[in-house]
Design a protein around this ligand. Structure first.
Ligand code: FAD
Length: 315
């Protein structure tokens, strides 16, 4: 029987682990297949406070893990495949075993949708990005393409004009889904260009991104388009399939939480991109992790105080 199980080891889960461990809860973190989550996939992080010099994403994650371990957090390199939050204690099944917990923090994050084209994996986090706030600065005075046609593509494209010499928005349809006001702003911006009816079929380069290969979906015509970077904004999938029917989710599949990160089940909390689709930063996710751990600690203290169900009391 665990006091607290944290599902996920991205910035949210790792920070929740640190706070919970320092509260003497000896949390167990079930990491999923990636310690560090999305941040571990990027080459350099320049906007995490406390690191005046750039730090590798994987190294940042490893440091967070070590810091949590120092105070007693435990890590299991396994993945949750089934949960039952209908009774208490909560049940979690992984590939390796079954667990019971008095409280749970869900920090399973989100997965940026990918183009799934050659070169994308090779240059992921090194010329291919899903975050203008994170990586825009690296493209100062360079040329970038933005793939997508929704609000994010336009918002991030506009943001990128602060740095890049030229931003070209590439969209597979002839109409954009972005709000008209964003489209208008982009059209008025002399740094932004548009290519419609076109998909990216490959990302090309040697060591760094040099070009994208494009195909016009109407004419079938193929060509290379020179660029220094590729920003992909074609949406995110929250990693919440596991919680369907157990926790309340919103229409896009994100976990619904109140302002203190409580989910629809008392004792189950959510932290990071699994509920937050607006900020999507390592620091904001870490912040949510800290908040969720503080709330879980209060919940457990209350349980102890009131003697509500624990492992010893049958369900
Ligand atoms: C290429 C790239 C570059 C980025 N650069 C920056 C940057 O420079 N600065 C910045 O602030 N942000 C950056 N970000 C964004 C930042 O990485 C995310 O905002 C942050 O990682 C989200 O943290 P999270 O903990 O909520 O979720 P995630 O990072 O998505 O972590 C989710 C965790 O849940 C685990 N998991 C998933 N399913 C299960 C399961 N069933 N059971 C158990 N565990 C599970 C995963 O293994 C992982 O450990 C970048 C993102 C990307 C993709």
């Amino acid at each position: 029987m665990e006091n607290l199980i944290i599902l996920g080891a991205g910035p949210a889960g790792l920070t929740a682990a640190l706070y919970a461990a320092r509260a003497n809860l000896s949390p167990l973190v079930i990491t999923g297949n990636s310690v560090g989550g999305q941040i571990a996939t990027t080459d350099l992080v320049e906007n995490f406070p406390g690191f005046p010099e750039p730090i590798g994403g994987a190294e940042l994650a490893e440091r967070m893990k070590q810091q949590a371990e120092r105070f007693g957090a435990r890590f299991e390199f396994d993945e949750a495949i089934e949960v039952d939050f209908r009774g208490h204690p909560f049940q979690i099944r992984t590939y390796g075993g079954e667990y019971q917990a008095k409280a749970v923090i869900v920090a399973t994050g989100a997965t940026p949708r990918r183009l799934n084209v050659p070169g994308e994996q090779e240059f992921w986090g090194r010329g291919v990005s899903v975050c203008a706030t994170c990586d825009g600065f690296f493209f100062t005075d360079k040329e970038v393409v933005v793939v997508g046609g929704g609000d994010s593509a336009f918002q991030e494209g506009l943001f990128l004009t602060r740095y890049a010499r030229r931003v070209t928005i590439i969209h597979r349809r002839d109409q954009f889904r972005a709000q008209p006001i964003l489209q208008e702003r982009a059209r008025r911006n002399p740094k932004i260009g548009f290519i419609t009816d076109t998909i990216v079929t490959a990302i090309l380069g040697e060591g760094r991104v040099r070009a994208v290969r494009l195909r016009n979906v109407k004419t079938g015509e193929e060509r290379e388009f020179p660029t220094d970077g590729v920003f992909i904004f074609i949406g995110y999938e929250p990693n919440t399939a596991l919680f369907r029917g157990q926790l309340e989710l919103d229409e896009a599949g994100y976990i619904r939480v109140n302002e203190r990160l409580h989910t629809s089940v008392p004792g189950v909390f959510a932290a990071g991109e699994v509920h937050d689709r607006w900020f999507r930063q390592a620091i904001t996710s870490a912040g949510f992790g800290a908040m969720a751990a503080m709330e879980a600690e209060k919940f457990l203290a209350e349980l102890e105080h009131r003697g509500v169900p624990t492992a010893a009391t049958p369900r």
